[in-house]
Design a protein around this ligand. Structure first.
Ligand SMILES: Cc1ncc(COP(=O)(O)O)c(C=O)c1O
Length: 444
């Protein structure tokens, strides 16, 4: 088969975010090893986004294939509905209990991130209904948040181009400004920082809507698809305090930040904050099988366990607790822990950020930011006005790809999130490509 004939046959495939203009010269990936992708026409390209932020341990790990094979030949699938269970799901839930945050000890499994967030929203509503507060149903999210594209997750997502052709959105999803130091749009009152002002917006919105109507706040610790927006250190402690003050649950969407990406096992630990519900996906299997889920606080667990049978937690997926996916997750956790990849994310993250910061002298590089192994370079027309330079970011993306580095842009920001297994030399190679591409694209 030639590349051309593969491309011809690809026309029967409707892709995520499909549009012909975005699919004129698709890369068809045939195999991958470590941080390297290989296309059907033999090109080797570094995977600068670890698949979709998820391939934490890198590509081509035979241990994960072996784990899937072992489990599939023993028990590929069985129901996990109440009344049944299976060994890998039990073992994985045990291993996850208290591992992200000490107060989260019970896990429900989904197939991915959007399903995890749907599960979190429904669980928050369930919790308040059981506690006699049936009007606490609204969810507060942030602008430029990404929580997935099923209807409720899309309604929580704050990247607005996802909305118009699928509206109406699910009612009751509200948005506040992101804690985005470079472009914070909200008012900063005397004595406030960007972090505390962004948090105060949440309190203002709760007051305006009435605390008796707000079920939860959902937040990614670092907003990923929205442009790797790293919050100031004082933001999450302030958000947690507001949640406590108004009796609102905090849902941490760690679909990207979980399992080591930020240099912490789970990202809110950095701020000494615990969520009430955690949503995870992606990195739990490094993408080798589809798996996600939620972890719930001990308080929520008690409410679910003590509900009358007629008001049970009526939530379910066919693939919840999928034995093969859970077996692969267990083997993936063995690699993440055995190879100390969280520590590597911290070390290589420092290398990545300082390498990117060396570009700040370029006239169109407005901002460089990152935490662990997620980072962004933001391009502007000039540093004074900070007017976004979207074509420039796209030019850098294309120049990187030409030089053998694949990643993506969000508006004027070029994003990077390579596998956590990346070596020091590979990171130097990545940085050399970005430096060259940015310098070439910054020429007048
Ligand atoms: C933070 C976050 N939440 C949720 C999702 C949705 O996950 P999925 O695509 O598995 O539904 C994503 C996907 O990129 C994400 O980045």
């Amino acid at each position: 088969m030639t590349t051309q004939s593969w491309l011809e046959q690809d026309k029967t495939l409707l892709h995520p975010l499909h549009h012909p203009t975005a699919h004129q010269n698709p890369l068809i990936i045939e195999s991958a090893q470590g941080v390297w992708l290989k296309t059907v026409d033999g090109r080797e390209i570094m995977d600068g986004l670890a698949g979709l932020w998820n391939v934490l341990v890198g590509h081509g790990r035979s241990q994960l294939a072996d784990a899937a094979h072992r489990q599939m030949t023993r028990l590929a699938y069985s129901s996990n509905y109440a009344g049944m269970s299976n060994l890998p799901a039990i073992e994985l839930a045990q291993r996850l209990a208290g591992a992200a945050y000490p107060n989260l000890n019970m896990t429900f499994f989904t197939s991915g991130g959007a399903e995890a967030n749907e599960s979190a929203f429904k669980t928050a509503r369930f919790y308040w209904k059981q506690l006699g507060q049936p009007n606490k149903v609204k969810i507060i999210a942030r602008q430029d948040a990404y929580h997935g594209v099923t209807l409720a997750a899309m309604s929580a997502t704050g990247i607005t181009p996802y909305w118009p052709m699928f509206e109406p959105r699910v009612p009751g999803f509200l948005h506040v400004d992101a804690p985005y130091p470079y472009r914070f749009a909200g008012e900063i009152k005397a004595g406030e920082t960007v972090g505390t002002a962004a948090a105060r917006q949440i309190a203002d919105l709760i007051e305006q809507e009435g605390p008796e109507t707000i079920a939860a706040i959902i937040a990614e610790p670092v907003q990923g698809a929205g442009g790797v927006i790293v919050p100031p250190d004082d933001y999450f402690p302030a958000v947690r305090a507001i949640c406590d003050q108004y009796n609102v649950l905090l849902i941490a969407d760690e679909v990207i930040t979980g399992f080591g990406r930020t240099g912490e096992w789970f990202a809110l630990n950095r701020y000494g904050v615990q969520p009430d519900i955690l949503t995870f996906a992606k990195g739990i299997t490094s993408g080798y099988q589809p798996l996600g889920g939620i972890q719930i606080s001990d308080a929520i667990r008690e409410v679910i366990l003590n509900a009358p049978p007629g008001q049970r937690w009526m939530h379910a997926y066919t693939y919840s607790g999928h034995p093969t996916c859970c077996a692969v997750a267990l083997a993936n956790l063995d690699i993440l822990e055995g190879e100390h990849l969280t520590g590597n994310a911290a070390a290589r993250g420092t290398q990545l950020l300082s390498g990117l910061q060396s570009l700040l002298h370029l006239p169109h590089v407005g901002n460089v930011r990152g935490l662990g192994l997620m980072a962004a370079i933001e391009f502007v027309q000039d540093k004074e006005s900070r007017t976004p330079a979207i074509p420039l970011a796209e030019k850098v993306q294309a120049a990187c790809l030409e030089r053998g580095l694949l990643s993506r842009v969000k508006g004027q920001s070029y994003l990077l999130a390579p596998p956590l297994s990346i070596s020091e030399d590979e990171m130097s190679h990545l940085l050399a490509i970005v430096r060259e591409a940015a310098a070439a694209a910054n020429q007048p």
